[in-house]
Design a protein around this ligand. Sequence first.
Ligand code: NAP
Length: 287
Amino acid sequence: MENITLRNGLEMPLEGFGVFQVPDPEVCKQAVYDAIKVGNRLIDTAAVYMNEEAVGNAVKAAIADGLVKREDLFIVTKLWVQDYGYEAAKAAIETSLEKLQMDYVDGYLLHQPYGDVYGAWKAVEEAYKAGKLKSIGVANFSIGKLTEFCELVDEKPMINQIELHPFFAQYDAIEHMKEYGCVPMAWGPLAEGKHGIFTHPVLTEIGQKYGKTAAQIALKWNAQRGVVIIPKSVHMERMQQNIDIWDFTLTDEDMKKVDALDLGHSEIIDHNNPGVVKFILGSKIHD
Ligand code: NAP
């Protein structure tokens, strides 16, 4: 496992574990516990996933069982759009910490680029200065939005979590993030299973050379280009597989073969689609 250093000097693992679409508290707790057991140290949740409490319970259990110490872990959560604006964000940060049962989180992201991101960011900057958020960033910010944001805020985002996998490689977005010292983090690093990724002929053929699966090749390709990956699975054998990518290096030729799979667009979500924007702005996670 390798780390990447954020702009403020904080070390972040290049691979972690995501818990989107794991709403059942017991399933989520077990998955996070197992993920830590197989070696993951970064856990990615969000207020909107409705499982921060289960993540907190899993972390508590893992610490109590001596698997890890809190300082070994890098816990990321995210602010939902309903809680954008200064006052609402301030309260939502406290709610997330309470649910996670933690004094601080290691990464805190604005989940979407819509709504009062500037008011929300003021609360995020304050909590960062107070030591409650060890690093701060954004998610789903396009090149244009990230530019505008970085030009206008005091503390620039250290992370931008966007969709990144072999079929949506977003080379230009990654290059652009570097200009602002912002680390790219991949959501959907396994393309959420789309486009036949697990049996894809090119990924499978490359994998045969290294004794690895198509999934492992997809994950390693992202990590090898400096992108933080957070694959999700509720199956322990898949978690083990997904983290077993640190004993080989793809050749330049194989990296280029994966590069060539890029479709140039998402097959999961289009953040420029008006229906998507309206749906996100309207989604509530509490009264
Ligand atoms: P993903 O990790 O690309 O794919 C997860 C899917 O792949 C699940 O159906 C999982 O099934 C399956 N899977 C995992 N490993 C496998 C393997 N080795 N072989 C076969 N199937 C495998 O998708 P994701 O969960 O959407 O993305 C990862 C994380 O990114 C999320 O959990 C979340 O933390 C974050 N995320 C953030 C945003 C955002 O807007 N910021 C959006 C989406 C996701 P099983 O669970 O049944 O094994």
